[in-house]
Design a protein around this ligand. Structure first.
Ligand code: DQA
Length: 151
């Protein structure tokens, strides 16, 4: 059975394609998920995706990944900047965690400069648009390889 990778999408990402295209591009969330899924399949990972506009639903999905998924790629959208319950849920997840953003939050409004998830992520990929999803999956695959050879 292939290791499972959970891709988690936060509030308003369901509007990608229509929402601020100059900032986020014209690809839809389905386009990004398809790109991530193709990258995952190429690395023998089984990608599942969950999007919600509700922090609690995202927290519960992280709980459901415990002991089941090898890794989580998360674009928590605005929750990145204040979602402490998502931080705590990810802190209780044992696998690889990669944070991804389409835009570069550090180059935007000051309130976007802090990520409360960064301290519980293995790494963050920002500002590369949809390519970031592919790179996040590649990072997951490499870190999982490293961890399996280290044991
Ligand atoms: C985002 C950046 C966040 O600051 C913002 O709230 C989003 C999307 C990104 O992918 O660039 O909704 O996570």
């Amino acid at each position: 059975m292939s290791p499972a990778l959970l891709l988690l999408s936060g509030p308003n990402l369901n509007l990608l394609g229509e929402r601020q295209p100059l900032v986020y591009g014209t690809d839809t969330l389905d386009d990004h998920v398809a790109r991530a899924r193709a990258a995952a399949e190429a690395r023998g990972l089984d990608l599942e995706h969950f999007q919600s506009n509700h922090e609690g639903a995202l927290v519960e999905t992280v709980h459901s990944a415990r002991g089941r998924c090898a890794a989580i790629v998360v674009n928590a959208a605005a929750l990145t900047h204040y979602g402490w319950s998502l931080h705590d849920a990810l802190a209780a997840f044992d696998g690889v965690v990669i944070e991804v953003h389409l835009s570069n939050p550090s180059a935007r409004e000051p309130w976007r400069h802090t990520s409360v998830l960064a301290p519980v992520a293995d790494g963050t990929i920002s500002g590369l648009g949809g390519l970031g999803y592919e790179l996040a999956v590649e990072a997951v695959a490499r870190l999982l390889d490293e961890r399996s050879t280290a044991h």
